[in-house]
Design a protein around this ligand. Sequence first.
Ligand code: FAD
Length: 285
Amino acid sequence: MIRERKDGSVAFSCEVFPPKRNDDIYEIYKTLDSIKLLKPDFISVTYGAGGSNSKKTAQIAAYIQNICDVEALAHLTAVGMDENGLKSLLFELKKKGVRNVLALRGDRPKTMTEEEYENRYYRYAADLIPEIRGTGDMFVAGACYPEIHPESPSAEEDLKHLKEKVDLGLDCLITQMFFDNDTFYRFIERIRKAGITVPVHAGIMPITRANQLGTSVSLSGSSVPLALSLLIAKYSDNAEDMKKAGIEYAVNQINDLKAHGVEGVHIYTMNKADVTMEIYEETFK
Ligand code: FAD
């Protein structure tokens, strides 16, 4: 099981996602074989809300746990899940030796109607936590949003629900990606004041291709500061320079977070081992 650091040093972790095509599973294994050399505290694997790819999430988590010998954190989503589905997924993970999960609500998948979504069995990530805790010894992480969750009416409302979620028994939080550290520092101040004491791992997404802004970043709802958009505008025609500049931006973000006493840094690797390793060299080595 994941053990949070207690000595004041900064935890380093990564996220990968299952490949779309079954044939590409060996590509992610190759990526993991490289990332494991950095000895991360854990590697998380995403889960398709509604259950798509769920078998691959468990399969890749098992590879991380048993072959890479790194703690695997399997994401799972409430959307599309019922009690039996949750029980059998947890059983499957435990059978594979995976004892860490990131409990999420998920968003409405395209294959689900509005009505199906509205009538879902588990409404929020919080609803999963007592059930997961009830199955015995597991490490349970949750998501949080330094810029507030896009559907939330206010920062106060979002914080209230975050506190409820943590109080149900979360071991740590992992943030949505953010590109302005001051937003993160203000968020940490707010949640600590509200009595949330669990470790928070700061989610860092290296922007190494200009088109990431139109995909993962816009889906996340995270805002892009002027400095980053200027950088993208400057290098968008030169893939090599864009990659270098994106790595440098992430490195600066991480070194500043470390200087401000962050508890953990979680890299959204986009399955790119080379980018992750370069960032690690400049920040943790
Ligand atoms: P929740 O904590 O349930 O919150 C969702 C919204 O509901 C918030 O606005 C919250 O304020 C509100 N809320 C909570 N409780 C209540 C209540 N009782 N009454 C009223 N409102 C309430 N998605 C995937 O599909 N697969 C993944 O693998 C995945 N990995 C992720 C990893 C991280 C680190 C993060 C930050 C996000 C990830 N997501 C993933 C996206 C996530 O599923 C979405 O952001 C989703 O919209 C919210 O999930 P949540 O677990 O934060 O939801």
